[in-house]
Design a binder for this molecule. Sequence first.
Ligand code: FNR
Length: 349
Amino acid sequence: MGTERAGNHESRKDEHLALAAEQAREGAPRNDFDELAFVHHALDGGDADDVRLDVRLGELRWPAPLYINGMTGGTATTARVNRQLAIAARETGLPVASGSMSIALDHPQTAHGFRVLREENPDGFVMANLGAGRSPDDALRAVELVDADALQIHVNAVQETVMPEGDRDFSGWARSIERIVAVVPVPVIVKEVGFGLSGRTQRTLTELGVRIADVSGRGGTDFVRIENDRRPLRDYASLVGFGQSAVQSLLDAPAESPLVLLASGGVRSPLDVAKALALGARAVGVAGGFLTAATEGGAPELVPLIERWLEQLRQLCALLGADSPEDLARTDLLVRGRLREDCELLGID
Ligand code: FNR
């Protein structure tokens, strides 16, 4: 049974969702966002009513520096979740990403579980999602399937390594990304899935023609744990903790890099959002942090949660004297403890 289930795309989608939801219910662990602290300047505050949350990402303009990150689709259960995510995106104006659409390209009968993202949210900002190893033609088909405004390309070598049925050859990914960027008519956002993007990777992405990347670091949803729980022997625990956090990845960004950085991975609160923006992220993605609301309460629970986050983000900007998300980059941040040691090891000032 084990191998049969492991080889089945559909059960994998449902297992990912169930195991990620279990992690989300456990509550977010301490992570590198806790090692960052804003310096409080008691007379710097502004007026929350004057704060404008809209942001620019290259040629894109988003109403807020927050988006629902790529999670799921392709089965009856995950289609229901996508419907709730799409409704929440429509009601709050947040951009929303699809989970990997490989399954829809290989098994077209599953495509409706992705189309729902567009059907429920006809005027919203919807991102298609595909792995780095897929062809330019597949990338075009994925964009077309949800009439996407952007395409997320995930680079998930760590996850594939731990996945029993995962890929073992990552050697063609850089070239594949370059070819996809060259043909896709919408912006391509290269993202990790919870292991971070080093400064070197960010530089390579720029050389490949990528303009936007989501560092998606460790400290939130942990795909090593998820895949390990799906292995018959659960024998890849040694990779837990692999990779860099979003905070480390942002701190590691090359000076003067033209790459627009988005941050995700372990974002648990509006304060984490503000910290990522202060480190230079243009917008912040949340997956696991919205998962419990999406799967248990659906849009009626997720919409007020997102609205509270946006309101608190506005209030935090006022507290910190920033009248826009970009302005948070002028705040003073302390880097503490283990994060400071890691930065020294990585050669980050
Ligand atoms: C994901 N993530 C993900 N990413 C991606 O690019 N394609 C995908 O298909 C999926 N699938 C997926 C399923 C589920 C259930 C979760 C929770 C997440 C990864 C996601 O976009 C994000 O990069 C990581 O989860 C880290 O962010 P959080 O969860 O810590 O906010």
